[in-house]
Design a protein around this ligand. Sequence first.
Ligand code: ADP
Ligand code: ZN
Length: 205
Amino acid sequence: MNRIILLGAPGAGKGAQAALIEEKYNLPHISTGDALRQNIKDETELGKFAKSFIDKGELVPDDVVISIVEDRLKKDDCKKGFILDGFPRTIYQAEALAKFSDIDYVIDVEVPDEIVVDRISGRRMCSCGKTYHISTYKSDTCEKCGQKLYQRKDDNQETVMDRLKVYHKQTEPLIDYYTDKDKLVTIDGTKSIDEVFKSIMNILK
Ligand code: ADP
Ligand code: ZN
């Protein structure tokens, strides 16, 4: 089965790859970051609580994201597999996940810190889900749907540095955790989106 975790620093391209995997393999893309941002947009209690952590580049408390994922994985469309993007991000989350689901592949998308900072501080989003980088895209509207692009509030240089620190301290230990379980595959995330996706297809077939 294809029960997949995408691991990697912020800006490694997990979201872009997850969207491609979702389309080609028809698997649901589960992003805890997207779920939290939707809650912020809808002004739910959960969203109000999560916002203060996200804006500072900190992790939202484990139990909050664990229950989001646990509920989502119960849905029928996850029976044939799924892609987890941005979860687990701590050993505690990984251990909780292990209690409610098996995992087939953990794909670590590797990108050095300097590239992360450049990618994230130049990143622009569209609410349709497409993302752009200011170095390669000069317009301020989406080429796919025409909506106005915006910058995520946590995509500024200072918050990126904090998110990287959090990544190294809290999330990177998952590399050893899943290596010990013989699940980890590492791919080079500095390549183009298409090339990275080719490496992923080689792993999944
Ligand atoms: P990125 O991978 O670009 O940092 P995400 O959209 O995955 O972006 O996450 C944005 C923010 O949402 C994180 O910085 C964190 O505050 C929160 N978040 C997302 N997933 C988790 C998680 N699994 N555990 C704790 N916090 C999370
Ligand atoms: Zn768009």
